[in-house]
Design a binder for this molecule. Sequence first.
Ligand code: JCQ
Length: 252
Amino acid sequence: MRIDVVSIFPDYLAPLDLSLPGRARASGLLDLHVHDLRDWTRDRHRTVDDTPYGGGAGMVMKPEPWGEALDEVVSTGSTSDEGRSTSDEGRSTSDEGGSTLIVPTPSGVPLTQALARDLSTREHLVFACGRYEGIDQRVMDHFADRVEVLEVSLGDFVLNGGEVAALAIIEAVVRLLPGFMGNAASLDEESHEDGLLEYPVYTKPASWRGLDVPEILLSGDHGRIAAWRHDQRVRRTRERRPDLLPPGPISD
Ligand code: JCQ
Protein backbone atom coordinates (compact mmCIF):
# COMPACT_ATOMS: atom_id res chain seq x y z
CA MET A 1 0.00 0.00 0.00
CA ARG A 2 1.09 3.56 -0.71
CA ILE A 3 0.03 6.47 1.55
CA ASP A 4 0.60 10.17 0.80
CA VAL A 5 -0.16 12.86 3.38
CA VAL A 6 -0.44 16.55 2.46
CA SER A 7 -0.28 19.08 5.33
CA ILE A 8 0.96 22.57 6.16
CA PHE A 9 2.61 20.98 9.23
CA PRO A 10 4.39 17.92 7.81
CA ASP A 11 6.42 17.63 11.06
CA TYR A 12 3.23 16.55 12.82
CA LEU A 13 3.46 13.31 10.86
CA ALA A 14 6.93 12.48 12.26
CA PRO A 15 5.47 9.81 14.61
CA LEU A 16 4.84 7.73 11.50
CA ASP A 17 8.59 7.10 11.32
CA LEU A 18 8.49 5.36 14.72
CA SER A 19 5.33 3.52 15.75
CA LEU A 20 3.39 0.82 14.06
CA PRO A 21 3.38 2.26 10.52
CA GLY A 22 7.14 2.73 10.95
CA ARG A 23 7.57 -1.04 11.28
CA ALA A 24 5.30 -1.68 8.29
CA ARG A 25 7.46 0.75 6.30
CA ALA A 26 10.67 -0.99 7.30
CA SER A 27 9.19 -4.31 6.19
CA GLY A 28 8.28 -2.86 2.79
CA LEU A 29 4.51 -3.29 3.31
CA LEU A 30 3.96 0.45 3.33
CA ASP A 31 5.31 3.20 1.08
CA LEU A 32 4.66 6.45 2.96
CA HIS A 33 5.24 10.01 1.72
CA VAL A 34 4.56 13.27 3.58
CA HIS A 35 4.28 16.56 1.65
CA ASP A 36 4.16 20.26 2.58
CA LEU A 37 1.11 21.91 0.98
CA ARG A 38 3.03 25.21 0.77
CA ASP A 39 5.31 23.63 -1.85
CA TRP A 40 2.36 24.09 -4.23
CA THR A 41 1.78 27.81 -3.51
CA ARG A 42 3.01 30.40 -5.99
CA ASP A 43 2.94 33.69 -4.05
CA ARG A 44 5.80 35.11 -1.99
CA HIS A 45 3.98 34.51 1.28
CA ARG A 46 3.04 30.95 0.39
CA THR A 47 -0.60 31.70 1.26
CA VAL A 48 -2.92 28.75 1.93
CA ASP A 49 -5.97 30.47 3.48
CA ASP A 50 -8.43 33.29 2.90
CA THR A 51 -11.63 34.73 4.40
CA PRO A 52 -14.89 32.77 3.97
CA TYR A 53 -17.42 33.79 1.33
CA GLY A 54 -20.71 34.57 3.06
CA GLY A 55 -18.91 35.77 6.17
CA GLY A 56 -18.34 33.99 9.44
CA ALA A 57 -15.48 33.27 11.77
CA GLY A 58 -11.99 32.12 10.87
CA MET A 59 -10.29 31.32 7.60
CA VAL A 60 -10.82 28.75 4.85
CA MET A 61 -8.10 26.88 2.95
CA LYS A 62 -7.83 28.16 -0.64
CA PRO A 63 -8.55 25.66 -3.41
CA GLU A 64 -5.58 26.45 -5.72
CA PRO A 65 -2.69 24.97 -3.63
CA TRP A 66 -4.81 21.88 -2.91
CA GLY A 67 -5.65 21.51 -6.60
CA GLU A 68 -2.01 21.62 -7.64
CA ALA A 69 -0.86 19.36 -4.80
CA LEU A 70 -3.53 16.74 -5.38
CA ASP A 71 -3.12 16.83 -9.20
CA GLU A 72 0.39 15.58 -8.50
CA VAL A 73 -0.04 13.37 -5.45
CA VAL A 74 -3.31 11.65 -6.35
CA SER A 75 -1.93 10.61 -9.72
CA THR A 76 1.37 9.22 -8.33
CA GLY A 77 -0.51 6.47 -6.57
CA SER A 78 -1.67 2.90 -6.99
CA THR A 79 0.42 -0.13 -7.78
CA SER A 80 3.86 1.10 -8.74
CA ASP A 81 5.84 3.67 -10.66
CA GLU A 82 8.32 1.04 -11.78
CA GLY A 83 8.76 0.97 -15.51
CA ARG A 84 7.32 4.42 -15.91
CA SER A 85 9.59 6.84 -17.76
CA THR A 86 10.93 9.86 -15.88
CA SER A 87 8.92 12.17 -18.15
CA ASP A 88 5.82 10.27 -17.00
CA GLU A 89 6.92 10.45 -13.40
CA GLY A 90 4.00 10.79 -11.08
CA ARG A 91 1.49 11.05 -13.92
CA SER A 92 -1.06 8.60 -15.10
CA THR A 93 -4.64 8.47 -16.17
CA SER A 94 -5.40 4.78 -16.04
CA ASP A 95 -4.35 4.00 -12.46
CA GLU A 96 -6.27 6.75 -10.66
CA GLY A 97 -8.98 4.31 -9.74
CA GLY A 98 -6.48 2.99 -7.20
CA SER A 99 -6.40 6.25 -5.26
CA THR A 100 -8.72 7.17 -2.41
CA LEU A 101 -8.69 10.75 -1.12
CA ILE A 102 -9.38 11.00 2.61
CA VAL A 103 -10.14 14.32 4.29
CA PRO A 104 -10.27 14.10 8.10
CA THR A 105 -12.97 16.47 9.38
CA PRO A 106 -15.52 16.56 12.20
CA SER A 107 -18.16 16.81 9.43
CA GLY A 108 -17.20 13.46 7.91
CA VAL A 109 -18.60 9.95 8.04
CA PRO A 110 -17.56 8.18 11.25
CA LEU A 111 -14.43 6.02 11.17
CA THR A 112 -15.43 2.47 12.10
CA GLN A 113 -13.51 -0.80 12.15
CA ALA A 114 -15.45 -1.76 9.00
CA LEU A 115 -14.28 1.41 7.21
CA ALA A 116 -10.68 0.84 8.39
CA ARG A 117 -10.86 -2.71 7.00
CA ASP A 118 -12.22 -1.43 3.68
CA LEU A 119 -9.44 1.18 3.47
CA SER A 120 -6.82 -1.50 4.20
CA THR A 121 -7.70 -3.13 0.85
CA ARG A 122 -6.97 0.03 -1.18
CA GLU A 123 -3.78 0.44 -3.17
CA HIS A 124 -3.28 4.15 -2.59
CA LEU A 125 -4.57 6.45 0.17
CA VAL A 126 -4.06 10.22 0.02
CA PHE A 127 -4.75 12.25 3.18
CA ALA A 128 -5.56 15.95 2.82
CA CYS A 129 -5.06 17.53 6.25
CA GLY A 130 -7.02 20.76 6.61
CA ARG A 131 -6.60 23.51 9.17
CA TYR A 132 -8.63 26.59 10.16
CA GLU A 133 -12.36 26.23 9.36
CA GLY A 134 -11.71 23.65 6.66
CA ILE A 135 -10.92 23.29 2.96
CA ASP A 136 -12.94 25.02 0.17
CA GLN A 137 -15.63 22.43 -0.66
CA ARG A 138 -14.84 22.63 -4.39
CA VAL A 139 -11.58 20.73 -3.76
CA MET A 140 -13.50 17.65 -2.58
CA ASP A 141 -16.17 18.11 -5.31
CA HIS A 142 -13.55 18.45 -8.06
CA PHE A 143 -11.49 15.41 -7.09
CA ALA A 144 -14.60 13.30 -6.58
CA ASP A 145 -14.81 13.19 -10.40
CA ARG A 146 -11.38 11.51 -10.53
CA VAL A 147 -11.11 9.40 -7.37
CA GLU A 148 -13.19 8.28 -4.42
CA VAL A 149 -13.29 11.08 -1.86
CA LEU A 150 -14.11 10.29 1.77
CA GLU A 151 -14.54 12.97 4.41
CA VAL A 152 -13.92 10.98 7.61
CA SER A 153 -14.53 11.88 11.26
CA LEU A 154 -12.93 10.33 14.34
CA GLY A 155 -15.81 11.53 16.49
CA ASP A 156 -17.82 14.50 17.65
CA PHE A 157 -15.01 16.76 18.77
CA VAL A 158 -12.78 19.35 17.12
CA LEU A 159 -9.01 19.18 16.62
CA ASN A 160 -6.81 22.02 15.39
CA GLY A 161 -6.24 20.25 12.09
CA GLY A 162 -6.51 16.96 10.25
CA GLU A 163 -2.98 15.75 11.07
CA VAL A 164 -3.68 13.95 14.35
CA ALA A 165 -6.83 12.41 12.86
CA ALA A 166 -4.80 11.23 9.84
CA LEU A 167 -2.28 9.58 12.20
CA ALA A 168 -5.07 7.71 13.93
CA ILE A 169 -6.71 6.59 10.68
CA ILE A 170 -3.36 5.46 9.25
CA GLU A 171 -2.61 3.40 12.36
CA ALA A 172 -6.08 1.81 12.30
CA VAL A 173 -5.59 0.86 8.62
CA VAL A 174 -1.94 -0.20 8.57
CA ARG A 175 -2.31 -2.69 11.45
CA LEU A 176 -4.83 -4.56 9.24
CA LEU A 177 -2.50 -4.97 6.24
CA PRO A 178 -2.00 -8.62 5.40
CA GLY A 179 1.46 -9.67 6.54
CA PHE A 180 1.71 -7.01 9.18
CA MET A 181 3.04 -8.46 12.47
CA GLY A 182 0.49 -8.95 15.21
CA ASN A 183 -2.07 -9.71 12.53
CA ALA A 184 -3.21 -12.98 14.12
CA ALA A 185 -4.64 -10.96 17.00
CA SER A 186 -6.53 -8.64 14.69
CA LEU A 187 -8.15 -11.54 12.80
CA ASP A 188 -9.22 -12.79 16.20
CA GLU A 189 -10.87 -9.42 16.79
CA GLU A 190 -13.31 -10.17 13.96
CA SER A 191 -14.39 -13.44 15.50
CA HIS A 192 -15.72 -11.56 18.54
CA GLU A 193 -19.42 -10.98 18.81
CA ASP A 194 -19.96 -7.84 16.84
CA GLY A 195 -21.08 -4.48 18.12
CA LEU A 196 -20.33 -4.98 21.82
CA LEU A 197 -17.57 -3.34 23.84
CA GLU A 198 -14.77 -5.62 25.08
CA TYR A 199 -14.80 -7.30 28.51
CA PRO A 200 -12.39 -6.07 31.23
CA VAL A 201 -9.00 -7.78 31.31
CA TYR A 202 -6.67 -8.66 34.20
CA THR A 203 -3.18 -10.02 34.70
CA LYS A 204 -0.91 -10.87 37.64
CA PRO A 205 -0.78 -10.27 40.56
CA ALA A 206 -4.12 -11.80 41.64
CA SER A 207 -4.37 -9.13 44.36
CA TRP A 208 -3.15 -5.57 43.87
CA ARG A 209 -3.62 -2.64 46.28
CA GLY A 210 -6.50 -4.48 47.90
CA LEU A 211 -8.22 -5.16 44.58
CA ASP A 212 -8.72 -8.83 43.62
CA VAL A 213 -9.04 -10.27 40.15
CA PRO A 214 -12.63 -11.64 39.79
CA GLU A 215 -12.39 -15.18 41.20
CA ILE A 216 -14.15 -16.75 38.22
CA LEU A 217 -11.11 -15.92 36.05
CA LEU A 218 -8.97 -18.09 38.36
CA SER A 219 -11.47 -20.97 38.36
CA GLY A 220 -10.32 -22.68 35.18
CA ASP A 221 -13.97 -23.15 34.17
CA HIS A 222 -13.83 -21.93 30.59
CA GLY A 223 -17.57 -22.19 30.03
CA ARG A 224 -18.40 -19.99 33.02
CA ILE A 225 -15.58 -17.59 32.11
CA ALA A 226 -16.98 -17.16 28.58
CA ALA A 227 -20.48 -16.52 29.98
CA TRP A 228 -19.11 -14.01 32.53
CA ARG A 229 -17.14 -12.17 29.85
CA HIS A 230 -20.20 -11.98 27.60
CA ASP A 231 -22.25 -10.55 30.48
CA GLN A 232 -19.52 -7.98 31.20
CA ARG A 233 -19.58 -6.92 27.54
CA VAL A 234 -23.35 -6.42 27.58
CA ARG A 235 -23.30 -4.48 30.89
CA ARG A 236 -20.44 -2.29 29.73
CA THR A 237 -22.12 -1.58 26.42
CA ARG A 238 -25.44 -0.75 28.15
CA GLU A 239 -23.63 1.64 30.51
CA ARG A 240 -21.19 3.34 28.11
CA ARG A 241 -22.57 2.92 24.61
CA PRO A 242 -26.34 2.23 24.71
CA ASP A 243 -26.46 3.44 21.09
CA LEU A 244 -24.76 0.14 20.08
CA LEU A 245 -27.54 -2.04 21.55
CA PRO A 246 -30.78 -2.88 19.78
CA PRO A 247 -33.75 -0.86 21.07
CA GLY A 248 -36.23 -2.48 23.43
CA PRO A 249 -36.39 -3.90 26.96
CA ILE A 250 -33.23 -5.21 28.69
CA SER A 251 -32.99 -8.98 28.21
CA ASP A 252 -29.51 -9.75 29.74
C1 JCQ B 1 -11.63 14.73 12.66
N1 JCQ B 1 -12.89 14.32 14.36
C2 JCQ B 1 -12.46 15.56 14.52
C3 JCQ B 1 -10.85 20.52 11.87
C4 JCQ B 1 -11.67 21.55 9.86
C5 JCQ B 1 -10.76 19.64 6.92
O1 JCQ B 1 -11.27 20.61 7.75
C6 JCQ B 1 -11.11 20.54 9.11
C7 JCQ B 1 -10.42 19.53 9.73
C8 JCQ B 1 -10.28 19.51 11.11
C9 JCQ B 1 -9.52 18.44 11.77
O2 JCQ B 1 -10.26 17.24 11.99
C10 JCQ B 1 -10.95 17.14 13.19
C11 JCQ B 1 -11.64 15.86 13.44
N2 JCQ B 1 -12.42 13.84 13.26
O3 JCQ B 1 -11.01 18.06 13.98
C12 JCQ B 1 -11.55 21.55 11.24
